[in-house]
Design a protein around this ligand. Structure first.
Ligand SMILES: Cc1cc2nc3c(=O)[nH]c(=O)nc-3n(C[C@H](O)[C@H](O)[C@H](O)COP(=O)(O)O)c2cc1C
Length: 133
C-alpha cells in the first residue's frame, strides 16, 4: 500500500495541512514545485492547493492535467482558502475527466484555522492509511 502527498502552496497554509495529512498517513508531503512528477505508482495520492483570485495556480492545474492515470489508483483532495472550495471542484473535474478516481470526501481548512485543523488533518491521513491497509 503506497500513499503520497503532493501540494502547491504559496504562503504555507496548504503546506501545513499537507504535512499534517502526511504525518497521519505515515508519508512525506512534497511540493509539486520540488517534484514535478510522481516517481512511481501510488495507491492513494493526496493532492491539493488553494485558490488565488478564484482560481488555482497554473502549476497545480498543469500537474493535475499531467498525472498519468496508470500512476495513481485514487486521489483524495485537500484545500485551504478564505471561503472557496473551488480548487477541489476544479481538480475533481480535471482528474475524473481523465479517468482518475477521486474520493468524494476531501479535507478543507479555513485560512484562519490552519493550526487548529492540524489534528483533524492528521486524522484524515490516518483514516486513509487504515482504510487502504
Ligand atoms: C492573491 C490572493 C487571492 C486569494 N483569492 C482567494 C479567493 O478567491 N477565494 C478564497 O476563498 N480565498 C482566496 N485567497 C486566500 C487563499 O486561498 C488562502 O490564504 C490559502 O490558504 C492560501 O494557501 P497557501 O498558503 O497554501 O498558498 C486568496 C489569497 C491571496 C494571497
Amino acid at each position: 500500500m503506497t500513499l503520497a502527498v503532493r501540494y502547491y502552496s504559496l504562503s504555507r497554509n496548504t503546506k501545513t495541512i499537507a504535512q499534517a495529512i502526511a504525518k497521519g498517513a505515515n508519508t512525506t508531503a512534497i511540493s509539486i514545485m520540488d517534484e514535478p512528477e510522481l516517481p512511481e505508482h501510488v495507491d492513494l495520492l493526496f493532492l491539493g492547493g488553494a485558490p488565488y483570485a478564484d482560481i488555482m495556480s497554473k502549476h497545480l492545474r498543469e500537474y493535475a492535467e499531467n498525472i498519468k492515470p496508470e500512476m495513481v489508483s485514487k486521489v483524495a483532495l485537500l484545500t485551504t482558502s478564505n471561503w472557496s472550495r473551488r480548487t477541489v471542484h476544479a481538480l475533481r473535474k480535471i482528474l475524473t475527466n481523465r479517468g482518475i478516481e477521486v474520493e468524494e470526501k476531501y479535507f478543507y481548512a479555513h485560512l484562519l484555522r490552519i493550526k487548529a485543523q492540524i489534528p483533524a488533518a492528521e486524522e484524515f491521513g490516518k483514516q486513509h492509511l487504515e482504510t487502504e491497509k
